[in-house]
Design a protein around this ligand. Structure first.
Ligand SMILES: [Cu+2]
Length: 86
């Protein structure tokens, strides 16, 4: 659990610092979200919401809207982080 949280926090940090020009950044974020979804114990509600944000983010990525995609993916990661802060 701790490792997942650290990975997410790191990804979120990198996201905040990186220029949104990296098209390959979105799939990396989506992957860390996927990993978190399988490793973390989440309520169905949170899981569904994170999954929806993740899918939307990848759709935006595929449409070439990487900045929007990163914002959406960041939202999903923040939600994951919030759900483990205890
Ligand atoms: Cu992208």
């Amino acid at each position: 659990m701790f490792k997942v949280k650290t990975a997410l926090a790191t990804a979120l940090c990198a996201l905040a610092l990186s220029a949104p020009a990296f098209a390959s950044h979105c799939p990396v974020d989506a992957k860390s979200i996927d990993a978190a979804l399988t490793k973390m114990e989440l309520s169905d509600e949170v899981k569904a919401e994170v999954q929806a944000l993740r899918d939307e983010g990848m759709k935006q990525h595929e449409a070439g809207k990487h900045h929007d995609a990163e914002k959406t993916l960041a939202q999903a990661m923040r939600m994951l982080l919030d759900s483990v802060s205890m």
